[in-house]
Design a protein around this ligand. Sequence first.
Ligand SMILES: C=CC1=C(C)c2cc3[nH]c(cc4nc(cc5[nH]c(cc1n2)c(C)c5CCC(=O)O)C(CCC(=O)O)=C4C)c(C)c3C=C
Ligand SMILES: [Fe+2]
Length: 412
Amino acid sequence: MSNESNHIARRDFLKLAGVGGAGLILGSTGVGGTFLASQYFAKDKKNVKNKVNFYGKYQSGITTQVQKHIYFVVLSINKMSVSEVKEMFKTWTNYSVHLMNGEPVQELGKNKLLPSPDTGETIGLDANRLTLTFGISPSFFEKVGLTKHKPELLEDLPHFPKDQLDKAYTGGDICIQACSDDPQVNFHAIRNLIRVAKGEVSMKWSQSGFNSFKDTEGNIETPRNLFSFKDGTGNPSINKQSELDKFVFIQDGWAKNGTYIVARRIQMLLETWDRTALEEQEATFGRYRHSGAPIGKEKEYDEFDPDIKDKNGERLIEKESHVSLAKQSKTNILRRSFSYSDGINPNTGAFDAGLLFLSFQKSPEQFIKIQNKMGAADKLNEYITHRGSGIFLCLPGVQEGEYLGETLFNRI
Ligand SMILES: C=CC1=C(C)c2cc3[nH]c(cc4nc(cc5[nH]c(cc1n2)c(C)c5CCC(=O)O)C(CCC(=O)O)=C4C)c(C)c3C=C
Ligand SMILES: [Fe+2]
């Protein structure tokens, strides 16, 4: 893209964003050098139904109690300068606050001769606990010319021996995770975030998904995956700061309070699983299907003892069970996955269904260590195939008056 067309794209971007506010104009052009952030950025609304705050120490959608639906999208940046990217993140900050307030991204237009500034499909709906989480990949830093600021740990994931990755579900520069209790709220959020950046980014791949769980007055049970097992029991506690510090959030540098997200689109061979005896299914995980308890124990949160024996001294849990292998890695990750169902595979006539596996960790090494431990040995491998993959640095949380990625852009 030439400089001139870059310019046009940026003007269009501002026009569609409707951001004629002095703050943004000053900030984006650098004229005068002052960005009047607090005058421009929207604020989290108080006392709004089903609302999660945008501003905070961490981005939303990481330690937030899991929602019922996700729309996860990966974008490629077309040719953009650093200042254009910065501008896009500022606009996304403002849009995200409005979306998470359950409001249109801008006041709905009165002039019917113009396209509406908000696409409108959530009119009358509340925020539905919408969270928006933004991440940037290793290629983001290269494309924008910020390689020297890329955290050392942010590298493409290695190839794992059993990977069967499909190009249609890999790569990309930016990820946006929209989670809420209504699929249309997620779609609307992503659609409007992309719409305002039209011409600057293109969609690389996306995956929607769902979670189902019993909710007794906000007391949420662990969701079950499509193999019908409770999924998430062994997670670090989202309510214990010591566990979040130990496993999830980066502790220093410009990315402090950010985290690395690993996304894997994992196909689950439901037909094979459904032909398998319940005892073997339970042996695969090392847990009981109904209660989620470790084999040999009673309750879901009872301690998992991989070496537990029966009264004859025989092992109760196989060393190659999924959870035993994860335990052997001696580390942990915060999993926040969603099931997906994308119709039928035309070649096999089987369900195209599985898990959009999402994990948050302070170092990608934690995921790599666990995945390597599972390697070829995991009993679960017979029933799953990894088809898509991505790694992104989730930006640090944003304080009121600041914008997404500010600690990175301040270094330039
Ligand atoms: C490399 C990381 C992991 C991948 C990939 C993965 C895929 C995957 N897992 C399930 C189902 C379950 N996983 C469970 C536990 C569990 N899984 C991982 C890691 C990966 N899983 C970890 C670290 C753990 C926790 C281990 C612990 O310390 O307790 C369980 C048991 C219940 C639970 O703790 O969540 C299930 C069930 C599927 C279906 C899947 C791929 C499709
Ligand atoms: Fe797992």
